[in-house]
Structure formats: structure tokens, C-alpha cells
Design a protein around this ligand. Structure first.
Ligand SMILES: [Zn+2]
Length: 268
């Protein structure tokens, strides 16, 4: 399981920050827009990769669309803080302490195997927070077969239900890497995909801690989804330590905090 350097590349939102039903309509577009000859060439030149190697015979389109969300269009000054890769000793409790102190809800995208191992760290502490699925072992879903992606996501889904008593509704693929299989499994579990629009940089870039805080505070917009980590290299600890300063700064700009699902309900 590697966390070092993960999630360092922020997703780059395009003009639209939500892609509805991504991937699920691709076959139809191809057939309708590109023509038969092109489609045949595509099939010949691009044989199934492991991520799309589900048997053609067994392929059934899911019965539900999947949204991919980087941020939310809203006029309300709301932001969603998110924390990936926990729960882990020290970091996760420290983040929870800071959030409790400020009465700020957040969304934790948890790694299933860690949640099972470290359940006691979060038991009874998740009241105001949302929990999302971040795969079983921080897996690169873009490289997994349908069966493997299903196992990784489903085991984590069950672990979250077991430990927290809640059914997660959001999946965040590690590193933001998506395969078609991911979308398929997400649809099967009733998930939408939550990416991010603002990354809390760590100090490896040689920044001063105050710059790290102001980079978040100054760049937040209504509907921003902020990505931080409650696990990782020691340099990332600085972000958790400065969480109270970030919260103060964002409040100073008139922002209020919500979970990702609450933010989506505030969409225009
Ligand atoms: Zn991660």
C-alpha cells in the first residue's frame, strides 16, 4: 500500500464540474458518432486491457447512472473538507479532534483494510461526518479487472457498514484513477464518484506552513471540495496541525462547512 505522493495531482475541472453518466454512454456515442469502420478499427487497435477485460458475454450495463463530481455549482459559501486514506493512529484522531473543536463536518474516504484494523479510532466519533469508500488497500482501480474492482470496493462497502452502521454513497478512487470497471461497480453499489477541486499541499514543496494555509483559504470558492490526508508522509502532518487555522481562515471569508453529500444538495 503506497500513500507517498498519492493524490498529489489535483483533478483539473473542465468547464463543467460534473460529468453525468460518464462512460456508460460511451459505447452508444462510438457507434452513433464514429461509424462502423472506425469502431472496427478501434476494436482491433485497442484490445481489452485488464481494466476492461470483463467477459463480453457477461457484460451487463448497470441500471443506474454515475455522477463524477469535482466541485459543486452553488451560490452558497459552502466548502467540503475531505480526508483520504485513514483511519490511522494519531492522524485521524488529531483531525477528528480539530473538527470536533470547531464543530465542522467533514467527509472521510476510508481504506477498508485500515478501517477494519483501526475501527476503535473512529467508533463513536463520526456523528457529524460522512464516510466514503476509498477501496480496500488503496488500489489503483484503473488497473483492476471488474472482479477485482468489485472485491476491493465491495469489501470496503461492507466494512463501512459494519463499523459505522451507515451505507456509504460516495467512492473516491485512489489517485483519482478511474476505469470503466470502477464506474460499473460504483453503479452497482449506488455510488457517485467524488473527486476534488482543491488540494492541500504538503511541505515537500518547500512552502512555509502559513502559505499552505493561505493557499487553501485564498483559493476556496463556493462549492469547493478540499482534499487533505489523515495518513501519509510526516510532511503531511503539517496540514492536519494547521487544520484549525484553515477553518478559521475559511470562516473569516464567510465559508461554512458541509459534507460532500450535503454540498451536492446545495447545488444550483
Ligand atoms: Zn488516497
Amino acid at each position: 500500500m503506497s500513500d507517498t505522493g498519492e493524490d498529489r495531482r489535483p483533478a483539473r475541472p473542465g468547464r463543467r464540474n460534473v460529468v453525468r453518466g460518464i462512460g456508460l454512454a460511451a459505447g452508444g456515442l462510438l457507434a452513433a458518432g464514429a461509424g462502423f469502420a472506425t469502431e472496427q478499427a478501434w476494436r482491433r487497435d485497442d484490445p481489452p486491457t485488464p481494466a476492461s477485460a470483463a467477459s463480453v458475454d457477461s457484460w451487463q450495463p448497470p441500471d443506474r447512472q454515475v455522477d463524477v463530481v469535482w466541485s459543486v455549482d452553488t451560490r452558497r459559501r459552502l466548502v467540503a473538507l475531505t480526508f483520504d486514506d485513514g483511519p490511522m493512529a494519531k492522524w485521524t484522531p488529531q483531525a477528528l479532534d480539530a473538527l470536533d473543536e470547531a464543530k465542522v463536518p467533514a467527509t472521510f474516504f476510508m481504506v477498508g483494510s485500515r478501517l477494519v484494523r483501526n475501527a476503535r479510532l473512529v467508533e463513536g466519533r463520526l456523528g457529524r461526518h460522512e464516510i466514503g469508500n476509498h477501496t480496500w488497500k488503496h488500489d489503483d482501480l484503473s488497473k483492476l479487472s471488474l472482479a477485482h474492482a468489485y472485491r476491493s470496493i465491495h469489501r470496503t462497502h461492507e466494512a463501512i457498514q459494519q463499523v459505522t452502521g451507515r451505507t456509504p454513497r460516495l467512492l473516491r478512487p485512489p489517485w483519482g484513477r478511474l476505469g470503466g470497471t470502477t464506474l460499473h461497480v460504483a453503479a452497482q453499489h449506488g455510488y457517485d464518484i467524488a473527486l476534488w477541486s482543491l488540494l492541500v499541499q504538503d511541505l515537500r514543496l518547500g512552502r512555509e506552513p502559513s502559505e499552505m494555509v493561505s493557499a487553501v483559504v485564498d483559493n476556496a470558492r463556493p462549492g469547493t471540495i478540499v482534499l487533505a490526508h489523515d495518513v501519509g508522509a510526516p510532511s503531511r502532518e503539517a496540514a492536519i496541525e494547521r487544520l484549525p487555522a484553515m477553518i478559521r481562515g475559511l470562516r473569516g471569508r464567510g465559508f461554512d462547512f458541509v459534507t460532500v453529500s450535503q454540498l451536492r444538495r446545495a447545488a444550483l
